[in-house]
Design a protein around this ligand. Structure first.
Ligand code: FAD
Length: 504
């Protein structure tokens, strides 16, 4: 279906051709350029947007950004949708005010709204960003079929530092096999972004991009109230940059130096960058994070190298897995040795067996695990080290590896602010199915899958301290929830007292 952009009718100068794939060659026609934004929801440092504006200027046609809000995408609730829409609201304001690029928001199925919009505005080029997830790829395949012959479609990998298809053209076995390939390509791809150029021709009907954000957000937050929004992580590009390089508490400015050691200590959540929500929603570019981190390499070589390994190698390895392994979220996607060992031990006696409901409610005999589950449910982001322990225990306590995987993915996607991400599917697959890992000493239930236990955690960090820390976190969230409830009750009271007729 695709070829690289060098063979495209429209040559790009602003973006390296390796970053662009042509999904469809349209017949020669001059019409607006539309960027269907999906995974890279930002104005700054966005190769897909740069490409769309560049192409529009070359053809002397206007450019617009279109976003499709699905009624349902991988079970996202208020927590994820609220964060996303608040980020988009800021983007809409900024892209319109600073660049006069209209932003269109559609609700429904992208396979209908996007082709309809292209037809309505007579577009000649659709630019889209890249995601390896099967749903997104399915929609794109359908859109390619549905749009008229005159429309070209370009896909730009605006998410990865080294474009996924440049890094490797096959399923990689692990970090060790992809690392060299990525590192070899870094001099070409880890480069400064060009400035986003002003458009040479403006969109005429900009009024159609009026969006009632407040009602939209209120609506999704109400519908997805089962998993409420989080307060500690402010959405949007500005907050993302603040998290990266802010003077007060920016990761690179203040917290980087102990990253290599502190990132494995759940008692030190600030030891991690905290960037995953922003990276997941594309509110910050991984390339920007890498460029800024690289500037500090002389002073903090170990911390920077460790961070770049996670940010580039591990993250891009996750995209590689989800793209080249169709069964990226099921036992079928495990390597043969891992599937075999899990099956060999499928009937082993489990010391505890819990249902999904018990696990979701943190009702296990393991206080450490319960704390991590509560951190997930109430805080919306579990510490990276605990994610491994958490998923491995689900394997130990459920009737089969397939069920363990399904429960882990269900909980991960439902409660994590950064869930529904390739790194999440691969994280669960690594923990439960040994993906990107090696075989270890064989033991009950796990077979040769790497094992983790409470005693190991106790040796590594202050387990009781972590449990107490999560208790405080949860109490804080509940207190705030109570205050919000009281506030809304008070508001109701005020409102109702206002409307009581004096005669009563
Ligand atoms: P940092 O340590 O500061 O890392 C910086 C960035 O590097 C992260 O934001 C992430 O993009 C990348 N990164 C770090 N560790 C990994 C990793 N192991 N694999 C791939 N990329 C990595 N990550 C998600 O983004 N979404 C998820 O839903 C998710 N679920 C996970 C589930 C399990 C069971 C496991 C074991 C891991 C999961 N991860 C997930 C990977 C990792 O735990 C998180 O990316 C990290 O904890 C996010 O916090 P941070 O940004 O503060 O991390």
């Amino acid at each position: 279906m695709s070829s690289t952009a060098s063979s495209s009718l429209i040559e790009s100068t602003a973006v390296q051709s390796g970053r662009i794939r042509v999904l469809k060659h349209g017949a020669h026609k001059v019409g607006p350029v539309v960027y269907w934004m999906f995974r890279d929801q930002r104005l700054r440092d966005n190769w897909a947007l740069i490409h769309a504006v560049d192409q529009a200027n070359k053809l002397n046609v206007p450019v617009a950004v279109a976003f499709n809000l699905f009624d349902q995408f991988l079970g996202a609730k208020a927590r994820q949708l609220g964060f996303m829409l608040r980020g988009l609201q800021q983007l809409h304001r900024e892209i319109q005010d600073s660049f006069q690029i209209p932003f269109f928001l559609f609700e429904g199925e992208a396979i209908e709204t996007i082709p309809n919009f292209l037809e309505e505005c007579g577009a000649s080029l659709l630019v889209t960003d890249f995601s390896p997830l099967r749903q997104v790829r399915g929609w794109k395949e359908e859109i390619v079929k549905r749009v008229s012959d005159s429309v070209s479609i370009h896909e730009v990998d605006a998410h990865n530092v080294v474009p996924m298809w440049v890094a490797s053209d096959k399923l990689e076995y692990g970090a060790r096999t992809i690392r060299r390939k990525i590192n070899n390509a870094l001099p070409d791809y880890l480069i400064e972004f060009p400035k986003l150029k002003p458009q040479s021709r403006k969109w005429a009907a900009a009024t159609s991009s009026l969006i009632d954000w407040e009602s939209l957000i209120e609506n999704v937050v109400r519908k997805g109230a089962e998993v409420p929004e989080i307060k500690w992580c402010e959405p949007g590009e500005v907050a993302a940059l603040e998290t990266l390089i802010g003077n007060k508490n920016g990761f690179l400015t203040v917290r980087l130096k102990n990253y290599a050691t502190d990132r494995n200590n759940p008692m030190k959540p600030k030891g991690l960058s905290g960037l995953s929500p922003y990276l997941h929603f594309g509110q910050i570019s991984a390339q920007r994070c890498a460029l800024e981190a690289r500037k500090l390499r002389k002073v903090n070589p170990q911390a920077v190298d460790t961070f770049l390994e996670e940010l580039i190698v591990r993250r891009e390895l996750a995209d590689n897995f989800c793209y080249y392994q169709p069964y990226y979220d099921s036992l079928q996607g495990a390597w043969d040795w891992a599937r075999k060992t899990l099956m060999d031990h499928a009937l082993d006696k489990r010391e505890h067996l819990y249902t999904r409901e018990q696990l979701e409610k943190a009702q296990t005999a393991d206080l450490l695990w319960n704390a991590s589950q509560l951190e997930l449910v109430h805080h919306g982001k579990m510490h990276g080290f605990m994610r491994m322990y958490w998923a491995k225990k689900i394997l130990e306590w459920t009737i089969s590896p397939q069920e363990a995987l399904e429960i882990a993915i269900y909980l991960n996607d439902k409660y994590h602010i950064d869930g529904r991400d390739p790194s999440g599917y691969v994280g669960c697959m690594w923990s439960i199915c040994g993906v990107h890992d090696q075989g270890w000493r064989e033991r009950s239930v796990f077979g040769k899958i790497r094992y983790m236990n409470y005693a190991g955690c106790k040796r590594k960090f202050d387990v009781d301290g972590y449990i107490a820390y999560v208790k405080r976190l949860v109490a804080d969230v509940k207190k705030r929830k109570g205050e919000t409830l009281l506030n809304s009750k008070a508001k109701q009271l005020v409102n109702s007292s206002v409307s009581i007729p004096k005669s009563l």
